[in-house]
Ligand binder design. Sequence first.
Ligand SMILES: NC(=O)c1ccc[n+]([C@@H]2O[C@H](COP(=O)([O-])OP(=O)(O)OC[C@H]3O[C@@H](n4cnc5c(N)ncnc54)[C@H](O)[C@@H]3O)[C@@H](O)[C@H]2O)c1
Length: 261
Amino acid sequence: MNKKTVVITGASSGLGKATALAFARKGWWVAVADINQERGDETVEEIKALGSQAFFQHCNVANSEDIQALHDRCLEEWTQIDVLINNAGIVSALGTIDRVPMVEWQRAMDINLMGVVRGCSIFTRTFKEQGGGHIVNVASIAGLITIPTMTSYSASKAAVVSLSEMLRAELKHKNIGVTVVCPSLFRTNLSESLMNAKEGQQEVIDREMEKSTVTADDIAEKIVTAVKNNQFMLLPHKTSWLHWGLKRLSTNLYQWVITRK
Ligand SMILES: NC(=O)c1ccc[n+]([C@@H]2O[C@H](COP(=O)([O-])OP(=O)(O)OC[C@H]3O[C@@H](n4cnc5c(N)ncnc54)[C@H](O)[C@@H]3O)[C@@H](O)[C@H]2O)c1
């Protein structure tokens, strides 16, 4: 088989879907994995309309058996897996540390962090056997900079950045590349995943997303290029470099800037 193949979790919507279509436009075959079958089937149809091949696999990233089944289906369909994109994620309730219920911390960690850990663990075994592969982990700028009241989401994404740094080093000599994507806000259906949140939070998130001039399609194209170039850190929003750069330059100065009244 000489076709390139990519598995994308959370590919029924938003960035996952845009990335699925971006790879399909380049002729790649795509596994669309998600908990939302209806939107997933639409994504598969759009990929096929581009002349490429795709299938939908129901996969809850909070469940190891689902990820194992996804992996096994990919090998059955294709015999070789080139790229895994751990994109599925949710936004957890915003609020101060004394107000956010523990169940939200659990949800953020189980899906945003452990979903990525499960994907990396299961697919890396095959990448090693194949003699290569590439992993893309979708984190967030929230995992790099300080955004008060976004603690559970940010901590889960910071852990994805850290995990990706470790894997980049661990897998370098196994011919397995690692990319971590840290976008700022862009318009998707992400706020639909909000639970246990105060009234009005969904509207706040949607309003902030609406302001973004960067689209899911823009980021998807950058992900395709990052895989091609084996680029590690992908910050698709130009302003992110300012925030992250300042934090790396001086943590004290950065803390002063973000906490000043
Ligand atoms: N939209 C933004 O502003 C933004 C910014 C930074 C990072 N991100 C990250 O981008 C990624 C994609 O999110 P999006 O913005 O495209 O949102 P989205 O809601 O449009 O898409 C996320 C997809 O993940 C799926 N999903 C949710 N939980 C799942 C689970 N347990 N198992 C499998 N699939 C699941 C959803 O059904 C949905 O199809 C997420 O990791 C998110 O944290 C988004």
